[in-house]
Design a protein around this ligand. Structure first.
Ligand SMILES: [Zn+2]
Length: 133
């Protein structure tokens, strides 16, 4: 998944964001219409520009291919910590459940059956397995 990391800025104020659809996201920022608490921070930028007559600028910081939003939020947090911006660090989404994924992985048993790791020890006690070994 491609994630766009961007900075909206005007005068001394910056807002950092991440999106998979940058054009749509920027439109929503400018309309002041986003279903996230985040938008309260972004609207500081828009309000400042209205009050001071400054332009709102967009800078694409980087475009990165990442496996999930979890990694994207870690990188976003790093950027927020390294740029003077209006953002707060938000609560991260949960990390991908790797343990669950591991258990669903299939392995080849010594008898030749393909068995999920979760069920391997149970399978090795079955007649099917014992008869073929
Ligand atoms: Zn077996």
């Amino acid at each position: 998944m491609l994630f766009y990391f961007y900075r909206l800025f005007t005068g001394p104020k910056s807002y950092v964001g991440v999106s998979k659809n940058i054009i749509k996201r920027i439109k929503l920022h400018l309309l002041g219409f986003l279903p996230y608490n985040d938008n309260v921070r972004a609207s500081e930028i828009i309000e400042y520009s209205k009050q001071h007559g400054t332009d709102v600028c967009l800078q694409i910081i980087c475009v990165v291919d990442l496996p999930s939003r979890y990694e994207a939020e870690i990188l976003e947090e790093f950027i927020i910590n390294n740029i003077d911006c209006v953002n707060y660090i938000k609560n991260r989404v949960n990390p991908p459940n790797t343990k669950h994924h591991y258990l669903k992985e299939k392995v080849k048993c010594s008898c030749g059956c393909m068995i999920s790791k979760r069920h391997l020890s149970r399978h090795q006690r079955t007649m099917k397995h014992l008869n073929s070994c």
